[in-house]
Design a protein around this ligand. Structure first.
Ligand SMILES: [Zn+2]
Length: 436
């Protein structure tokens, strides 16, 4: 537990400014006062509001607000994830997950082992509240009393963290998944204990494909194997969720073979965006337009950003390096996304390489002709586009790994059907002619 975490817990429990508490803590610790003792003295200094004012009033989970300093809530433990953190060379274990009642759910962090298990119904008396990414989160620490109840509270949420890959979102903890190991490789990284081996690769189920990292390599994770992973957590990696497996995760062989195709699952654009980013997804949509910054472009040799009139936003005047790319607006009737196509796919669509593009631009004395040629090629046509979808405040981008004309679009099917019917009539005609 870092000093920052201690300050966070204490500030939240006492309802005082975190920086103030942190400054005081740093001072005390600097004079070799043990952290727990320093915390006790700060509790006395700021006055432990919860003990003086009695227990905080019971609150519904949905009503807990970031302006509360401490609350008493009753709820069902949905998930429990265990994680190790290190402060001053010492490891300690914390527990994280979600708690829910009939009307809401909330994340929690337990700084002590309260022996929480998924499905437990508990009352947390004097739970601190802190803000985490704009939402309230419960801090269960030394000022919190946990009472377990024999009666199970009915909640409208899944207990135990069972999820499909498509369900997962960055920040999820204590999740349980049944997946197929699609790709795996061993990597050596410079970890906090020196060089360490980790596993990294791709997991798949029927709903999605996601990258994963196993920080404490489990033997059961082998390419092609179906496995059940319990107590994993989810982080964001390049705009999409990534599964993290730790020393506390339990990995077992799955009894049922997971049905996961090598291809990416197909989604409507609206559903894909709704999921908040996908590592590998396929959409089928029309190209509405080719955006500015497509065709023949120049990149900064330092940072790779696209340069405008020889100017890089970070490096000023630079000698841009030619490149090919397309930013195409895709729309499938449910929503729109910008597909970003790299040099290889762009060259295939354009029907020429960078030299051909330079030549065309030189002849026209205008490099936008390259983007125009590309527009004529793809605008108004339907494509199957596979890639990594990232969603942020600026919109949704699909970084394409494959871009193919849709061969199963309704219009093509209709044409094929008409051709077959026409062909059939001719045959009938022939048969009639040939009959006596
Ligand atoms: Zn630059």
């Amino acid at each position: 537990m870092s000093l920052d975490d201690h300050a966070e817990e204490l500030a939240s429990a006492l309802g005082v400014d975190k920086q103030e508490v942190k400054d005081d803590l740093e001072n005390l610790v600097q004079y070799s006062v043990p952290v727990e003792e320093a915390k006790s003295s700060l509790r006395r200094k700021y006055g432990d509001g919860s003990s003086q004012a009695g227990e905080p009033e019971p609150a519904a989970i949905g009503e807990v607000s970031t302006t509360d300093s401490a609350v008493t809530v009753t709820g069902r433990v949905l998930t429990v994830g265990k994680r190790s953190i290190r402060y001053q060379g010492r490891d300690s274990e914390i527990f994280e997950g979600e708690l829910a009642d009939e009307g809401g759910r909330i994340s929690y962090t337990a700084w002590e082992d309260f022996d929480l298990g998924p499905g437990d119904t508990i009352t947390a008396i004097g739970a601190g509240v802190r803000e985490w990414e704009g939402n309230p989160e419960l801090n269960l620490g030394s000022n919190t009393t946990i009472e377990k109840s024999e009666d199970s509270l009915e909640v409208p949420y899944e207990i135990g963290g069972e999820a499909t890959l498509a369900d997962l979102e960055p920040g999820d903890r204590g999740v349980a998944i049944e997946v197929k190991v699609s790709e795996v490789e061993t990597k050596t990284i410079d970890g906090r204990d020196g060089e360490t081996e980790i596993l990294s690769g791709v997991l798949a189920d029927e709903s999605a494909r996601l990258p994963f990292t196993d920080w404490a390599p489990h033997d059961t994770i082998e390419e092609g194997q179906s496995v059940r992973i319990e107590n994993a957590y989810v982080r964001e990696f390049r705009g999409a969720p990534s599964v993290n497996v730790s020393e506390f995760s339990v990995v077992t062989g799955s009894e049922t073979a997971i049905d996961a195709e090598a291809g990416a699952p197909r989604y409507t654009i609206a559903d894909a965006i709704e999921s908040g980013g996908m590592f590998d997804v396929e959409v089928c949509a029309n190209v509405l337009a080719v955006r500015d910054g497509s065709g023949l472009i120049q990149r900064c040799p330092e940072c790779g950003r696209v340069v405008q009139k020889g100017q890089c936003r970070s490096h000023g005047s630079v000698d841009g390096v030619d490149d090919l790319r397309i930013k195409a607006i895709l729309d499938d009737g449910t929503d729109a996304v910008t597909a970003i196509l790299g040099a290889e796919i762009t060259a295939a669509i354009y029907g020429g390489d960078i030299n051909d593009a330079r030549e065309q631009a030189r002849e026209a004395m205008d490099q936008t002709v390259v983007a125009e040629t590309i527009s004529e090629e793809i605008v108004g046509r339907e494509f199957r586009v596979r890639g990594t979808l990232s969603v942020d405040e600026y919109g949704a981008n699909l970084n394409a790994s494959a871009f193919d004309e849709n061969d199963d679009d309704p219009a093509a099917r209709a044409r094929a059907l008409l051709d077959r019917i026409a062909g059939g009539q001719e045959e009938t005609g022939v048969a009639v002619e040939g009959s006596p």
